[in-house]
Design a protein around this ligand. Structure first.
Ligand code: MN
Length: 259
């Protein structure tokens, strides 16, 4: 008798042969949000207000109202988030096919480079050196950039703002083009507050990870955690944002299956 793939998976989950790794940061009032120059509208962080807490307002139930920007904490960037993706089909959270919310992950470890240089940029040469060791990135894979930035639990250290803006690692523009058009990745995921490097406003094009990824119908995952628990290849990532009508992004629980 052949055992189906999913039955094997269920057995492996039960035995612990396949583990579920939580790639999500806690979401609360202390969750850092991106600091934009004051000429731009700011995104509110997370806040909540009780509706009732087993009291007069609801004797047997506890629940809250939450308020937050779509791009708060561990979250998803949909193509419509960037002006370059504004006219693409299936570019909003409610129209992205569910099949695109599950995919294999290629995890590139840049933690040493990011520790030595907060402005470290991933290049296509670095990616190809990784491929020489781990194999070619297959179309439809997430490219996850491990920097260990999520271990910076202090807000100031995480955002790393200086007078000239934020200093956090990210992608060189040519690398984003390489990943989008020569490797057809599903999207890129990072541990920082956004997919672009802290200094990416000065790049050509500005904010290349957003400009090129979203502009080619690809996705972004920001503020990921626990990437150090993933193998370079072989993990399956489930990154399913809320199905907000016309949504540009949403906080979410990102999970990885690791065998
Ligand atoms: Mn975002």
């Amino acid at each position: 008798m052949t055992v189906s793939l999913l039955t094997q998976l269920a057995d492996a989950l039960r035995s612990g042969a396949v583990k579920v790794v939580d790639l999500t940061q806690p979401l609360g009032p202390d969750t850092p949000v991106i600091d934009l120059p004051p000429i731009f509208a700011a995104s509110p962080g997370f806040s909540s207000e009780e509706i009732s807490h087993y009291d007069d307002r609801g004797p047997a139930w506890y629940w809250n109202t939450i308020r937050l920007g779509e791009h708060t904490g561990t979250h998803f960037d949909a193509p419509v988030h960037w002006v370059t993706g504004a006219q693409l089909p299936e570019n909003t959270l409610d129209t992205i096919p569910a099949s695109k919310l599950v995919g294999p992950a290629c995890v590139i470890d840049c933690s040493r480079e990011a520790a030595a240089n907060a402005d470290f940029l991933l290049t296509s040469d670095f990616v190809q050196a990784w491929e020489a060791e781990h194999g070619r990135i297959q179309p439809g894979s997430w490219l996850l950039m491990r920097t260990d930035w999520s271990k910076r639990t202090d807000r100031d250290a995480f955002l790393n703002m200086r007078e000239d803006g934020s200093h956090t690692p990210g992608f060189a523009p040519e690398c984003v083009r390489f990943l989008a058009f020569e490797r057809q990745v599903l999207g890129v995921g990072v541990e920082c507050v956004g997919t672009d490097a802290g200094q990416a406003a000065t790049f050509d094009p500005p904010f290349p990870a957003h400009n090129i990824m979203q502009g080619s119908g690809r996705f972004g995952l920001a503020s990921l955690a626990n990437l150090d628990q993933l193998p370079p290849t072989g993990a399956i990532v489930v990154a399913a944002p809320l199905k907000i009508v016309n949504g540009s992004g949403s906080p979410m629980r990102v999970l990885a299956l690791v065998g």
